[in-house]
Design a protein around this ligand. Structure first.
Ligand SMILES: Nc1nc2c([nH]c(=O)n2[C@@H]2O[C@H](COP(=O)(O)OP(=O)(O)OP(=O)(O)O)[C@@H](O)[C@H]2O)c(=O)[nH]1
Ligand SMILES: [Mg+2]
Length: 137
């Protein structure tokens, strides 16, 4: 049996040791968890294009570009996702939840207080190991 894999562009948007999180509405898959903004890559789009579109649509940020960071595949009971994670450090605009969702700039040192989709643990680990060094400000 072939499993359909949903390709998702995920943006880790960083500014001053803070990362942008948005709360997934309860009715959605993994609802009530805090996510890195992003969404499904549509036919004919590159991941970077999909990410730029999603960040504009969801949190009102215009990004100047993004850097592919790493990918991870995760099998939820109901679907399998391929998270294509990009770093974003160059953008304009003030982040706001255009779909009514709360958004927050969260210091890396406070990430452990948030609940994320089950697939996200490797993203959090890598974020803290590469950017979370409190000795470097
Ligand atoms: N955006 C985002 N999606 C994630 C993360 N972690 C994770 O497992 N996902 C999963 O990736 C899938 C696609 O994300 P999405 O719901 O944002 O897709 P989308 O914006 O295109 O939504 P739509 O289909 O309602 O238009 C969801 O099943 C979601 O649970 C994350 O950190 N950010
Ligand atoms: Mg989305």
């Amino acid at each position: 049996m072939t499993v359909k894999v949903v390709h998702v562009a995920v943006g880790v948007v960083l500014q001053d040791h803070k990362v942008l999180l948005a709360l997934r509405p309860d009715k959605l898959h993994q609802g009530g968890r805090w996510e890195f903004p992003g969404g499904k890559v549509e036919a004919g789009e590159t991941t970077a294009q999909a990410l730029a579109r999603e960040l504009q649509e969801e949190v009102d940020l215009a990004i100047a570009g993004s850097t592919a960071w790493f990918e991870l595949q995760y099998a939820y009971p109901e679907k399998t996702v391929l998270l294509d994670i990009h770093l974003v450090q160059d953008f304009t605009g003030e982040a706001k939840g255009l779909e009514g969702q709360p958004v927050r700039w969260v210091p890396l040192s406070e990430l452990h207080q948030y609940q994320f989709p089950d697939a996200n643990q490797p993203i959090l680990d890598k974020l803290l190991s590469e950017f979370g060094n409190p000795l470097r400000t």
